[in-house]
Design a protein around this ligand. Structure first.
Ligand SMILES: C[S@@+](CC[C@H](N)C(=O)[O-])C[C@H]1O[C@@H](n2cnc3c(N)ncnc32)[C@H](O)[C@@H]1O
Length: 420
């Protein structure tokens, strides 16, 4: 079985390729039945939404049930399972997981409360400031657990309060307290990722690395296999890698898969192709036609090695930028992040319609002139004769070099590369 791999697709399908009883630790954080669309990816105003496709809890549970069955199947008898959810569905999810054909009531270990503070609107109820993480073992008598400890506070240590006891009226000080500290309880106070946090990617449901670190250290050892079947921007994978675990990530969104691959490279120093792989990214032109517009744009820009625009609404005629490789190296050396502005770039425009027409090219020319670019790339399924004529005219008369690239050319290039 491959490890250190990201699979792009529905976990229900991808899990079928994972052998029975092969995984040590599973953490999942599936989208909840919250009737809320995640409309932000990089920024609030951006219209990349992860469809919260569950109208109600029932539909959510029906959706999750076969996926949990698969997850249960791939877990080792010594394995642990963490299901991250919030008030919308946590009680119903617990009832599902307690079923005898899944984990069973007796293998329930903890309801972990992740408490945080954040800004919320006023409401006629108490402010909601926690998530719930349901923790189960496949078999409570066999599961691996490295109990975490928190250090004593210096104040309490000084006062020796924690090991001060009174025997027969005398004060007796017990000196054999654990040097490791106090055993961790089930309420974890960890800040949410704020706008200044170093690890922040702008992914709306990104979880803090500190949370995953606790889980991974407690319920796995070095070399163990950690699986996240709804892995978003890859928090579990990054932490698992750092803690020397092997890992498998699955996500249905190709954009998420690209984001986490970049994050792994940027934060752990490993390299796609050499140290890990991204598998099952959509390949056929027909599959790509079915993509939501933003996923399609991201796929196209990423496929050329470019960086998609952070802002999708009012993108001013440019969907992404391709940076000459030397400039990227220079920027990295200078410590500026990859998404920062570098002046030498080639703009990329993407159109998902069947045929790119002359007006589309003309608009791109305007954007190129505005940004003082002489070269640009236009991606589409096909180009009309008029569009191609306009591209030739722009080169001849205005000195603008626009490269028309069809989706099938990109797909063929990718296939060629995968055969090398
Ligand atoms: C709440 S986010 C996970 C966030 C993650 N814990 C992190 O820290 O980045 C849920 C993810 O599940 C993915 N997803 C939704 N349905 C899926 C499915 N059937 N199979 C795999 N991934 C799925 C979404 O694309 C989304 O990225």
């Amino acid at each position: 079985m491959d490890t250190n791999v990201i699979y792009c697709g529905d976990c229900l399908v991808k899990l079928k390729d994972i052998p029975d009883e092969s995984i040590d630790l599973i953490y999942i954080d599936p989208p909840f039945s919250s009737n809320r669309n995640y409309v932000a990816f990089w920024q609030e105003q951006e219209k990349r939404h992860f469809e919260d496709r569950f109208e109600n809890v029932r539909a959510y549970l029906d959706y999750m049930k076969p996926r949990i069955e698969e997850l249960y199947r791939v877990m080792k008898p010594t394995g642990s399972f963490y299901y991250h959810c919030d008030w919308h569905a946590s009680h119903y999810v617990k009832m599902l997981l307690d079923s005898d054909y899944l984990f069973g009531y007796s293998n329930f270990l903890n309801e972990i409360i992740w408490h945080y503070r954040r800004w919320t609107g006023s409401s006629r109820n108490y402010l909601r400031m926690h998530d719930v993480i349901l923790f189960y073992a496949k078999d409570k008598s066999k599961h691996r657990f490295n109990p975490p400890f928190t250090s004593y506070t210096s104040k309490s240590f000084a006062r020796k309060q924690h090991y001060h006891t009174r025997i027969k009226g005398d004060d007796v000080y017990v000196t054999s307290i654990s040097p490791k500290g106090v055993k961790e309880n089930d309420v974890w106070i960890i800040p949410v990722i704020n706008s200044q946090a170093k690890e922040r990617l702008g992914y709306p449901t990104q979880k803090p690395e500190a949370l995953l670190e606790k889980i991974i250290k407690a319920s796995s050892n070095e070399g163990d296999i950690v699986l996240d079947a709804f892995c978003g921007c890859g928090t579990t994978l990054v932490v698992a890698h750092r803690e020397k675990r092997r890992w498998i990530g699955i996500d249905i969104s190709p954009t998420s898969c690209r984001v986490m691959a970049k994050r792994l490279e940027a934060t752990t120093g490993i390299q796609e192709g050499r140290d890990f792989s991204v598998q099952d990214m959509p390949k056929s032109v027909d599959e790509l036609r079915q993509y939501p517009a933003f996923e399609f744009q991201n796929w196209a820009v990423n496929a050329l090695g470019g960086v998609p625009n952070k802002v999708k609404v009012r993108d001013m005629g440019i969907d992404g930028k391709l940076y000459p490789i030397e400039d990227i190296k220079k920027e990295r050396k200078e410590g500026i992040d990859l998404f920062g502005e570098i002046d030498r770039y080639i703009p990329i425009q993407v159109k998902r319609t069947d045929q790119v027409g002359r007006p589309d090219i003309e608009n791109f020319e305007i954007a190129m002139k505005r940004d003082k670019r002489e070269k640009g790339i236009f991606i589409g399924f096909d180009f009309s004769r008029d569009a191609l004529k306009e591209i030739r005219r722009a080169e001849r008369e205005d000195g603008l070099l626009i490269e028309p690239k069809t989706v099938s050319q990109i797909v063929e290039d990718q296939l060629d590369k995968s055969l090398l």
